[in-house]
Design a protein around this ligand. Structure first.
Ligand SMILES: [Zn+2]
Length: 310
């Protein structure tokens, strides 16, 4: 047992990290994720009202969970929720090598007018779609799956994604605490034919060994997923200690990193016709572009862009 003075180390280790695991005898694998300071930092770039911050917290946990299913370490996973007429117009989150970022575009007036403290997925998104894109850098493979945003939560929509477009029975649970600054989640998947890449001819959604694992996974409580004092390895043990073998596959530290940069913004602006660029500039001759992810404002002198042609 850890002595009391070891607890702060354990607590620090259990925030902003992802733990990958496998239950070989049940042909199951999974990942646990918990976010603390990373979530705080991403939210601090915006002034989102509580329901919007909450759904972004869920989306970031889901993105970190799905990042585990990338085959290559340098691959990128992008989660995008888009709607036709929802209060939330667009939600984007992405993951690359442990780095997370995300933002939400929404209608403040409609949110203030109608939404409850904890609006349902439908109240926020209306009729919407969840697109999940896997980009593998080395093999240059790109795969996108799209499912309707249905169910109680983003976690439900993600389960539909795996069962419908991937044919992989999956359990996804996500929790965000009342402060909106601590969040966690679990992804559990059944891979009866072994590793991905093989044709799954007979995926049985009622497989008894999967039912067993799923039931164990379902016992996880929201408070356990978001408890900053409960190390993820301890939670893993708590859920699956009766299993023959629990393999700890990886521990990945998660970071809040935005990949925006001035050179990219300049190259985008340079592609606009000169007269359109002139309209974007203010009276000081500067074009301001802010990054939707991290709210960094880039101020580029129009004269420098005109010098580059276009
Ligand atoms: Zn940025």
């Amino acid at each position: 047992m850890a002595s009391p003075n070891q607890q702060p180390i354990a607590a620090a280790a259990s925030l902003d990290s992802a733990v990958g695991f496998a239950l070989p005898a049940r042909h199951a694998r999974g990942r646990l994720v918990r976010l603390g300071p990373v979530l705080e930092e991403i939210l601090s770039a915006h002034a989102y009202p509580a329901p919007v911050a909450h759904v972004l917290g869920e989306a970031l946990v889901l993105t970190a969970l799905l990042g585990a299913t990338l085959k290559e370490a340098g691959g990128q996973l992008t989660l995008q929720a888009q709607t036709e007429s929802g209060i939330v117009d667009l939600l984007v989150a992405d993951y690359k090598a442990g780095e997370l970022r995300g933002y939400v575009r929404f209608d403040m007036a409609r949110l203030a007018a109608g939404a409850a403290a904890h609006p349902s997925l439908e109240a926020l998104f209306g009729k919407g779609y969840l697109a999940i894109t896997f980009d593998q850098e080395v093999s240059n493979e790109r795969y996108q799956g799209i499912v309707p945003l249905e169910g109680e939560s983003l976690a439900d929509a993600a389960e539909h994604f795996f069962s419908q477009s991937e044919q992989i029975p999956s359990l996804v649970r996500i929790a965000v605490d009342d402060s909106g600054r601590l969040a966690g989640g679990i992804l559990l998947q059944h891979l009866p034919e072994g590793e991905e890449g093989r044709e799954r001819l007979h995926t049985r959604l009622d497989h008894p060994e999967w039912d067993h694992v799923r039931i164990l996974g379902e016992t996880v409580r929201a408070g356990e997923l978001t408890d900053p004092l409960l190390p993820l390895e301890d939670l893993l043990w708590r859920l699956f200690h009766d299993e023959e073998e629990v393999l700890l596959l990886s521990t990945t530290p998660l970071k809040s990193v935005c990949r925006c940069n001035e050179a990219h913004i300049r190259s985008v602006l340079a592609r606009f016709p000169a007269d359109e660029r002139a309209e974007m500039a203010d009276e000081e001759g500067m074009i301001s572009v802010d990054c939707e992810f991290c709210s960094t404002v880039y101020r580029i002198p129009l004269a420098e862009l005109d010098g580059q042609g276009g």
